[in-house]
Ligand binder design. Structure first.
Ligand code: ACO
Length: 402
C-alpha cells in the first residue's frame, strides 16, 4: 500500500536492492565468478586446475597472499600453521560448558570469538604483525576446535594435535582417533577431504563473507569478524544446506515415496519445500564445484566400499530436475552442497558436522577478504540505507488514554 518510487525519491535517491541482488559493496581481486557460464577462478586460476593439482593449504596461501607460493614459502607457511595448532588449556574448558547435544556450529563460532580474549594483542586490525599471526592461529586452530566440538558431542576424550601430520590429516586424527591408540589414515579420505575443503575455500561476496567484511568494516578484529561469518554460514539457505540435503534425501527414502512424487511437493509453493542443494544466487548454470564433486562422489564412495542408496536418490532427483520446466525456467542447478553430504557421510562424519566442514573450507576466503577489506583505503564502515515505510509523525498518547 505505498508508492515505492516516491519513497525512494523522498529518501534522497537511494537504491532499494533487497538481498543485494545487483549491488556491489566492494572491489575485490580474489575470486572471479561468471554465473552464466559456470566459471570460478581463485586469483585467476581456474578451480578445475586447482582441484586437480593444488592442495587446500596451498590454495589458502594463494587466496590470502595473491600468488602461488614457491617451495620455500610453502614450507615456511606450513611450518607456521603446524606450530599453532594447540588450543590454550583454558579454552578447552569452554567445550564442557555446552550441552552435549549442542550443534557444533555455535560451539565453533563461540570458540573463535573467545580467541580475542586469549590473544588480546590481536585487537588492532591495522597491526600487520598481529594480523599475520592471527591468520596462522585461525588456520591452525579451527581444525582443532572443530575436532573438539565433535569429540564433545560424542562424549569422547580430546586428542592433542600431532604436528608431524598435515592440516587435513591432523584434523581427521583429532576427530576420529583415540588417545594412546594408533590412528590409521585412509589416503582416499585424506585426499577427498582436502579436495572438498579446497573447493569451498572462497566464493566472493556470499552471505558469510559479506558478514565478515561488514563486521570488519567497523574495525572489529579478525577473530570477531570470522566468528560472525561462521554464524552466517550456519543458516540453512547458506552453509547449513549441506546438512539439509542429506536430511531431505533420508526423508525421501524413509517416506517410501518416489523422487518424482517428492518433486511434486517441491514445485508446489504451498508446501514451502525446497530442493535443498539446488539453486544459487550467482550460478544460473551448473556450479563448477558441483561438477567436480559429482565426479568425485562416485569415485570416493566406490573406493571406500560404500553403496549408499541416498546417492541413487540424489542422482534421480537431479535427473528429474534437469528435465523439468520448473527448474529449467528458473535456471536451478545443483550447487556445491548437493553431493558433498553424501561424501562426508561416507567418510564417517555425522550430519551435524557437515556445516563445520564447510566453515573449515571457507576460512581462507574469509581471511583473504577481511585482509583485502582492511587494506583497501576505499573501505568505509558498512552502513546500508533504508526506505522508511512506517507511520508519519504523531503525538505520544498517555497509557490510560490508549
Ligand atoms: N527448490 C525449489 N525452488 C527453488 C529453489 C530450490 N532449491 N531455489 C530457488 N527456487 C525458486 C524460488 O522459489 C523462486 O521461485 P519463484 O520465482 O516462483 O518465486 C525462484 O526459484 C528464484 O529463487 P530465489 O529464492 O529468488 O533465488 P535466490 O537467489 O534468492 O536464492 C538460494 C538462492 C538461497 C541458494 C535458493 O536457490 C535456495 O534456497 N536453495 C536451496 C538452499 C541451498 O541449497 N542453499 C545453498 C546455497 S549455495 C551455498 O551457500 C554454498
Amino acid at each position: 500500500g505505498y508508492d515505492i518510487s516516491a519513497l525512494l525519491k523522498e529518501t534522497g535517491n537511494v537504491t532499494l536492492d533487497s538481498g543485494f541482488v545487483n549491488t556491489a559493496a566492494c572491489t575485490s581481486a580474489i575470486t572471479f565468478i561468471d554465473g552464466d557460464t559456470g566459471i570460478l577462478r581463485y586469483r585467476g586460476y581456474p578451480i578445475e586446475q586447482l582441484a586437480e593439482q593444488s592442495t587446500y593449504l596451498e590454495t589458502a596461501y594463494l587466496l590470502i597472499y595473491g600468488e602461488l607460493p614457491s617451495a620455500d614459502e610453502m614450507a615456511s607457511f606450513d611450518a607456521k600453521i603446524r606450530r599453532h595448532t594447540l588450543l590454550h588449556e583454558d579454552l578447552k574448558a569452554f567445550f564442557n560448558g555446552f550441552p552435549r547435544d549442542a550443534h557444533p556450529m555455535p560451539v565453533l563460532s563461540s570458540a573463535v570469538s573467545a580467541l580475542s580474549t586469549f590473544y588480546q594483542d590481536s585487537l588492532d586490525p591495522f597491526d600487520q604483525d598481529q594480523v599475520e599471526i592471527s591468520t596462522y592461529r585461525l588456520l591452525a586452530k579451527l581444525p582443532t576446535i572443530a575436532a573438539y566440538a565433535y569429540k564433545k558431542s560424542m562424549g569422547q576424550p580430546f586428542l592433542y594435535p600431532d604436528n608431524h601430520l598435515s592440516l587435513t590429516e591432523n584434523f581427521l586424527r583429532m576427530t576420529f582417533g583415540f588417545p594412546a591408540e594408533p590412528y590409521e589414515l585412509d589416503p582416499t579420505i585424506v585426499k577427498g577431504l582436502d579436495l572438498l575443503l579446497l573447493l569451498h575455500a572462497d566464493h566472493e561476496q556470499n552471505c558469510s563473507t559479506s558478514t565478515v567484511r561488514l563486521v570488519g568494516s567497523s574495525h572489529a578484529n579478525l577473530f570477531a569478524s570470522i566468528s560472525a561469518g561462521i554464524n552466517a554460514l550456519f543458516g540453512p539457505l547458506h552453509g547449513g544446506a549441506n546438512q539439509q540435503v542429506l536430511e531431505m534425501l533420508a526423508q525421501v527414502k524413509n517416506s517410501g515415496e518416489s523422487p518424482k512424487d517428492f518433486m511434486m511437493h517441491v514445485k508446489n509453493k504451498e508446501t514451502k519445500q525446497k530442493l535443498m542443494g539446488f539453486g544459487h544466487r550467482v550460478y544460473k548454470n551448473y556450479d563448477p564445484r558441483a561438477s567436480i564433486i559429482k565426479q568425485t562422489a562416485d569415485d570416493i564412495l566406490g573406493r571406500l566400499g560404500v553403496d549408499d542408496p541416498l546417492l541413487d536418490i540424489a542422482m534421480e532427483l537431479e535427473e528429474i530436475a534437469l528435465g523439468d520446466d520448473y527448474f529449467v525456467e528458473r535456471r536451478l542447478y545443483p550447487n556445491v552442497d548437493f553431493y558433498t553430504g553424501l561424501i562426508y557421510k561416507a567418510m564417517g562424519f555425522p550430519t551435524k558436522m557437515f556445516t563445520v566442514l564447510f566453515a573449515l573450507g571457507r576460512l581462507p576466503g574469509w581471511i583473504a577478504q577481511w585482509r583485502e577489506m582492511i587494506e583497501d583505503p576505499a573501505t568505509k564502515i558498512g552502513r546500508p540505507r533504508q526506505v522508511y515505510i512506517g507511520e508519519g509523525a504523531r503525538d505520544y498518547v498517555a497509557i490510560d488514554q490508549r
